[in-house]
Design a protein around this ligand. Structure first.
Ligand code: NAP
Length: 222
């Protein structure tokens, strides 16, 4: 499959790009608002992978071109820019594309990080309202810590809670996720359950802040 990471130049995009390229045969496309930045980061990821024995080509393009023809498009951008990013690629999406939101709305206050969803109830639900009606939207990857994901020397052992109303689209994201060593996809229900998944990210950040030795936390349910 072709997997486009819009804003794939950032933290979670880097982690997903490196792990997908290292562990699967999917074609990874790094998207950016700027073609030059996409090219630079794709080259950086290729060198990182080559240093660990993975001779893989990472494609790169401006976000609309990255989304064009992709089977899976991951919105690896800050929650506040999710709507404009979807709008910028909307005419390149169709029913054959699965749009994935890993985005979490949070606000930092003196006592810690708080989940701060938009009026739609969750960022994933917001994505549903902005995306073209025929494009399935799935929520996933909200609870992965980008730093550790991007460290290919680090073993990972995390669950990925996936929400979506379109069964085929959820299955596609499950399949992509299961291809990455150490990630276990878990179904968390429909898009109406996205807030529960997204809010866990704020908990992970607060746990890391208040407990020595805990950082880059993910989730493993057992
Ligand atoms: N960081 C984590 O550990 C983590 C974990 C799970 C989920 N997430 C979620 O994943 C999303 C991305 O997080 P991140 O930490 O990777 O963010 P980030 O590094 O701050 O930004 C990611 C990319 O977003 C693009 N971007 C920045 N401003 C933008 C704008 N105004 N309009 C459109 N694109 C813009 C940039 O790409 P270009 O400049 O190349 O366009 C940037 O490289 C967030 O919604 C976050 O909640 C993050």
């Amino acid at each position: 499959m072709q997997i486009a990471l819009l804003g794939g130049t950032g933290d979670i995009g880097e982690g997903l790009a490196l792990r997908l390229a290292a562990d699967t045969d999917h074609e990874v496309v790094v998207g950016s608002r700027k073609a030059e930045k996409a090219s630079e980061k794709a080259g950086e990821y290729e060198r990182e992978l080559a240093g660990r024995g993975h001779e893989v080509a990472i494609a790169h393009a401006e976000n609309p071109d990255a989304a064009d023809g992709a089977d899976v498009v991951v919105l690896s951008v800050p929650a506040y820019h999710l709507s404009s990013t979807i709008e910028s690629v909307a005419d390149r999406l169709d029913a054959g594309t699965v749009l994935v939101s890993p985005a979490v709305g949070m606000k930092r206050e003196d006592d810690g990080m708080h989940y701060n969803p938009p009026d739609a109830g969750s960022v994933t639900a917001l994505a549903r309202t902005i995306a073209p009606d025929d494009v399935p939207v799935v929520g996933a990857y909200h609870n992965l810590p980008a730093g550790r994901l991007a460290d290919l020397d680090a073993d990972v052992d995390w669950d990925v809670a996936i929400v979506g109303d379109d069964t085929a689209a959820v299955e596609t994201v499950e399949s992509v996720t299961a291809g990455v060593d150490g990630l276990r996809p878990l179904r968390a229900g429909g898009l109406g359950n996205a807030a529960e998944v997204e809010s866990v990210t704020a908990l992970l950040i607060n746990l890391a802040r208040h407990n020595d030795g805990l950082h880059d936390l993910g989730v493993r349910f057992q």
